[in-house]
Every structure is written in C-alpha cells, then in structure tokens.
Design a binder for this molecule. Structure first.
Ligand SMILES: [Zn+2]
Length: 469
C-alpha cells in the first residue's frame, strides 16, 4: 500500500515540497523555541501569548485560513486554523499540537541555552524543540507542502495548537464546549507523541492519566531555634519525609490503600513482553541517564513496559522547606510538596486522589497541621489501534520512515485526547510525533532528531492523502 502512495504523482510532489523547504521549517522551529512559552509560570504568560501569535503567523504563512487565537475565561491562548475546501464528502482531519513548554529546569544542566536552539550531532537542542513546537511546525509544513505543490489538500483540515497542555489543559472542557463546531472533525492527528526509537516510528495507543495534589505540613507559628527547641519540637521537613516515604513500598511501588483503585487488568495482548525492551532494562536505564548502581523501581514481577505505560506511579515534583543557601539553625515552621500521580487505564483521578488524601491525613506524624489541595487531573486514554484510520497511519508512517511503525504506549498524559475524541462521538485519534527516547522531553537538554523530524513531516503528507482514501 505504501508503494502505491509513493508512486502517486500528487503525493510525490508534496513530499518533494517538504524537502525543498526543510531548512525554512527548521528556521521557523528555532524562532518558536526562542520564545520561552512556559505555561506553568505566570511570569511567562506574555511569552505564551507571543508564542500563540507566532503560531498564528506560522499557520497563515503555510496557507491555513481563518487562523486566530481563541481562548475561554482563564485559559492560555489556543490557536485555531482550517482549510475546508476538499469538499463535504471528504473527511475532516484535526491536526493537534501545543505551543506551550515546560520550565527549563536547572539551567546549568543544559549544555546550551534552553531558549537558544543549537544543533549537535544531528539533533536540535532547546526547550520545546521536540515537545511540541516541532509538532506545530510539522503540521504547518504538511499542509503547506500540499498547497504549494497541488494547490489543495486531499482532505479537509482543521488545526488546533494548544497553549496549556503542559499544565494539564485546565480549561479544556470549557474550550471544547465553546468551540465545538469550529473543531468538528472525523479523525484526530496528534503530533505530540513520538517514535519507538531513532529511525523507527511509533503509533501510540495508550496514555496514562494524571492526578496531582499539594500537601503542606505545619508545626509552628514561625521558625524556632534548632538548638533551643530541637529534640522536642517536630521538624516539618522530617515529618513530610516520613509521610512521603509511607506512600511507596521497598520496591518503590505505590503502597497506599486505593492506589490501584479501578485499574483495568492488562489484556494478554498488552502483557506480551516487548523483545529488545522488557528484556533490556539496563539499556533503558542507560538511555535515561540513570547513574551506575541505581536500581529501577516498581513491582519486579511486572514487565518494564507495563510499569511505564499501564500502572500508576507517583513522583514528588516539587518540595519546599528552606533552601540550603541561606539556611541557618532553625526548625522551619512548615514544609510542603507537590505530588504528581500517573494513573493506569480505568483509574479515576478524583477517586485515587481521595484515597491519597485519606492515607496522608491518617499518617501525618506528630499531629502536625495538614493541608491538602487537589490539582487538575485527567483519566488515562486507550484505544484499539485497528480500523481504517490506523491502517492509514501505518501506511503513512511506513512511507515516511521506510520501516513499519511500532504500536506503543506512553507513560505520559495528553489530557486533550479522550475528551476531544469523545466530543465527536469517539472519533479515532492517531498519536504520532517528533520525540524519541533520547529527546529528554521535560528534562534538561531536550532535543529533536532532525532527520526523523523530516520523516515525520513526510509521513504527515502521506497521512493526509491516506485518510482521504
Ligand atoms: Zn507535549
């Protein structure tokens, strides 16, 4: 089937058009990376706005119509565009990406400035270079390649580039409700996932869910001298450490009552070990930069891919006591932590958070005051990767990369997918994207594999054609 596409003169011309302007695509990506559109940081909200405006310009420059910033009360700016001239009998494809990025983390750990893109060894380094500004530029170029080479697209296209994906899409429901008709589509294509490994595309069929909460423990009206009061007054940091430690067992697996509430049993198919992955945890650890001698955590009787894709886990993503710099011999008054849970298929964020809250409240050491604040959550998403849309995606990825796509899960979350697919009656969602295991998205030294990115854009060109068939 891929062969037939390859020899189709229309698609060949569109693929050639991608290759003609790939340097321009990269320059556009670099310009976006230079905008620190960190949705989690209120001080950068003007940058999120600037990045939305730049995305509007990008989509317009590649021939999308009616491109505009759209928002609802309290949301970060979304960007919407469309090209709807293929005819009502042809499908409408929604191309999704996001233009907001994670904070850079510890700047000193980057080999180059996170917001000044730099190429090293065929990879482009910078925050958002992969997640997910590369996805937004890929969509623009797939559309532009068809419009410049053929004067039209093989199907109708809508584009949505979100501005708050990295903070869990807090206004998603309001946004979908307000813009339902402008987004109505038959199939969803997300360029926010990635490849199985360099050179081998992935087609993602499952994402974990997300739940988060802040906890604060308070012992004192204000700090106290650790010599005069230490030994009698409880240390909130120590109390918090004991409490956090009670959430996992000796394997680092979740140990609080209800942590696995609702979790769907993995099917026999989902359990089949993945050759070259489940049997090579050391390689996985090395690729992630795990230090020598550090063990992988999780139930040792569960395969690596199940632990990463299909089971819940918990990470302390922030912790406050007193910074080491400027610390003195004091018992601090309070300590707090932000807990981020990834949830497996079937788990409800509110229910698991309720169990977490119960555990925390019951296990607070020494009677400290405990405040727990639940944050945004989203359930996991899974689909059966069969049917005409998935067949089209497999053909397109094969045509773009030259090798078969690997069906895969992702341990991360894209809260948008489930509600969006449901809003239009359970339309298929095709998750592809620019990152690979070496991209270190959300970490320091995030990067994009430039040759695979070109293969992704080519695949999208094929995909628009295949979805129209
Ligand atoms: Zn992303």
């Amino acid at each position: 089937m891929a062969k037939r596409s390859d020899t189709d003169p229309g698609v060949s011309a569109a693929v050639a058009a991608v290759d003609d302007v790939i340097d321009g695509a990269r320059a556009e990506l670099e310009a976006l990376v230079r905008i620190p559109s960190i949705s989690a940081d209120p001080e950068h909200h003007a940058d999120v706005r600037a990045s939305a405006d730049a995305t509007v310009e990008l989509l317009r420059a590649h021939g999308l119509e009616n491109v505009r910033v759209a928002a609802v009360d309290g949301s970060q700016p979304f960007v919407i565009g469309e090209w709807l001239h293929a005819g009502p009998e042809l499908p409408t494809v929604l191309l999704y990406a996001h233009h907001d990025v994670q904070p850079p983390g510890i700047i000193e750990n980057w080999a180059s400035d996170p917001f000044e893109p730099q190429e090293r060894d065929g990879r482009l380094y910078g925050r958002g270079a992969s997640d997910d500004k590369a996805g937004a530029v890929a969509h623009a170029h797939a559309v532009g390649a068809w419009l410049t080479s053929a004067g039209g697209l093989p199907c109708n296209v809508r584009v949505l580039v979100e501005g708050e994906e990295e903070i869990g899409s807090p206004t998603l429901h309001a946004f979908l409700t307000a813009h339902l008709e402008e987004l109505r589509s038959d199939v969803l294509v997300l360029a926010d996932a990635g490849n199985w490994q360099v050179g081998v595309p992935g087609l993602t069929y499952s994402l974990r869910g997300l739940a988060a909460a802040d906890i604060e423990l308070r012992a004192l009206d204000g700090p106290q001298h650790s010599g005069i009061s230490g030994g009698a007054i409880p240390d909130p940091v120590m109390a918090l450490s004991r409490l956090l430690a009670s959430l996992v067992d000796e394997n680092g697996d979740l140990a609080f009552d209800g942590a696995f509430d609702g979790l769907l049993e993995a099917t026999a198919n989902e359990r089949v070990p993945i050759a070259g992955f489940d049997d090579a945890p050391q390689r996985f650890a090395r690729a992630a930069g795990v230090r020598p001698g550090v063990h992988l955590v999780g139930d040792p009787h569960v395969s690596l891919h199940e632990r990463l894709w299909l089971r819940p886990c918990l990470t302390v993503i922030g912790i406050d006591g007193h910074p080491i710099k400027g610390s003195s011999n004091q018992i601090v008054a309070r300590a707090s932590a932000r807990l981020s849970l990834r949830l497996g298929p079937g788990q409800e964020p509110e229910r698991v958070l309720a169990y977490l809250r119960t555990h925390l409240e019951r296990h607070v050491p020494w009677g400290l005051e405990c405040t727990i604040t639940a944050l945004e959550g989203a359930p996991a998403w899974q689909t059966d990767p069969t049917g005409p849309a998935f067949d089209a995606a497999r053909r397109a990825l094969h045509a773009g990369f030259g090798v078969e796509a690997v069906p895969m899960g992702i341990g991360g979350s894209i809260p948008f997918v489930g509600p969006f697919a449901d809003a239009f009656g359970g339309i298929p969602a095709l998750l592809i994207g620019p990152n690979d295991p070496g991209s270190n998205i959300h970490g320091e030294d995030e990067s994009l594999h430039l040759a695979d990115w070109r293969s992704l854009i080519r695949s999208e060109v094929f995909l628009l054609r295949e979805l129209a068939r």
